[in-house]
Design a protein around this ligand. Structure first.
Ligand code: NDP
Ligand code: MG
Length: 366
């Protein structure tokens, strides 16, 4: 049995993972869990899975590992074969690094890690002989598709996007969008941050940058297509003009379990093609300008991806608190990224410093 530690186990990805492991009796032993504030959920899950160790990264709880140092100590004392990083936001980067520095394979849901510290993470994985396995559904699909093709035969990656709840809205309505409107995602049940990001297409912007870092394709070879049913998780185009795709019902269990297990497990229902309609649209860069911003960031080859991520975290939090409107959220991200963000991001200290600076700039615009 593979020994698994789940970081951010109380969140949406963490809970989907624990449910799938129990429901399908998967050959995985959950040994460690971390949560930030939802201690009750973690303690309950710890009992249910007979976990060896629990870490509260936020709230201090007697008898549990605590904070980032506690998380590192838990990994040292109770060594897993694989860590699933399902922490949300920039905070996940340190956890990813701590995992790889110990030579432990990393199943990575926390896309912010790769967006902000991609080259550092890959250098660390190489130095310690361990793997980074994508869990984001698009990237999981692409990793599977690329495994069946020679890299030199692949022309481009095609990320699918549901288009979010405002796909058909005229932009003159955007100023009146409420947090409740934006939290109503048409196809996926996820944490609040990524749900808002799906509404602005900031999530797809992060995923373009994530794909570039994970698979080594430049922006000219990463396409986005709107596919409202979210059945096709992503595709690759080969030089002969063919396109290959991965399809299933929208359920993160598939990507998560494929990252954790070495062989297939029947975690999602097979598709019934007699009741299936798949449609596609061009993304609208006018109404959703953060998508174009991702391509600008890839062309710049600087640290503006860190600025994008930080400003977006600040703006989404303010939007959820009702402090800024939907259009302001977009403006804050664009204006922060526009600054100069030079550097190569080779150390955690440099990445953290740029993240802090971008947060300060974004905050000052609220
Ligand atoms: P949630 O908000 O549902 O869960 C986040 C988890 O991270 C919780 O366990 C939370 O703890 C913990 N956490 C929050 N802040 C910190 C912190 N500062 N330090 C340590 N732990 C923290 O998020 P999701 O599960 O939706 O997303 C997790 C990651 O996976 C994100 O990076 C997201 O982009 C990515 N992802 C998610 C998908 C989805 O379907 N949800 C799909 C693809 C990628 P607590 O709740 O106890 O405070
Ligand atoms: Mg995704």
């Amino acid at each position: 049995m593979k020994r698994l530690t789940i970081l951010g186990s109380s969140g949406s990805i963490g809970q989907t993972t624990l449910t799938a492991i129990r429901r399908f009796s998967l050959p995985v032993k959950v040994i460690g869990l971390s949560s930030h504030t939802n201690i009750e959920q973690m303690i309950g899950d710890g009992h249910a899975h007979n976990a060896e160790a629990l870490c509260s990264t936020g709230t201090h709880v007697e008898g549990l590992y605590h904070g980032h140092e506690g998380l590192e100590a838990m990994l040292d004392d109770h060594r897993p074969d694989i860590v699933l990083n399902a922490i949300s936001g920039f905070a996940g980067l340190r956890a990813s690094l701590a995992t790889l520095e110990r030579g432990i394979d990393l199943a990575l849901a926390n896309k912010e890690s790769v967006v902000c510290g991609g080259s550092l993470l890959f250098a660390t994985a190489r130095a310690h002989g361990c793997r980074i396995i994508p869990v984001d559904s698009e990237h999981s699909a692409i990793a599977t598709l690329l495994a069946g093709h020679k890299r030199s035969h692949v022309e481009s990656l095609i990320l699918t996007a549901s288009g979010g709840p405002f796909r058909l809205w005229e932009s003159d309505r955007f100023a009146h969008i409420t947090a409740e409107d934006a939290l109503a995602h048409p196809t996926w049940q996820m944490g609040a941050k990524i749900t808002i990001d799906s509404a602005t297409l900031a999530n797809k912007a992060l995923e373009i940058i994530e794909a570039a870092a994970l698979f080594g394709f430049d922006g000219d070879h990463i396409e986005v297509v709107i596919h409202p049913q979210s059945i096709i998780h992503s595709m690759i185009r080969t030089l002969d003009g063919a396109t290959y795709a991965q399809l299933s019902k929208p359920d993160m269990s598939l990507a998560i379990i494929n990252a954790l297990l070495d062989g297939p497990a029947a975690v999602v229902e097979p598709l019934d093609f007699s009741h299936l309609t798949l449609t596609f649209e061009e993304p609208d860069h006018q109404r959703f300008p953060l998508l174009s911003l991702a391509y600008d960031i890839l062309r710049r080859q600087d640290l503006s991806a860190i600025a994008f991520n930080a400003a977006d975290e600040v703006a989404v939090a303010a939007f959820l608190e009702g402090r800024i409107s939907y259009p302001t959220m977009i403006d804050v991200v664009r204006a922060t990224v526009e600054r100069e963000w030079s550097g190569n991001g080779s150390t955690l200290a440099e990445i953290t410093q740029q993240d802090r600076l971008a947060r300060e700039i974004a905050q000052s615009m609220l």
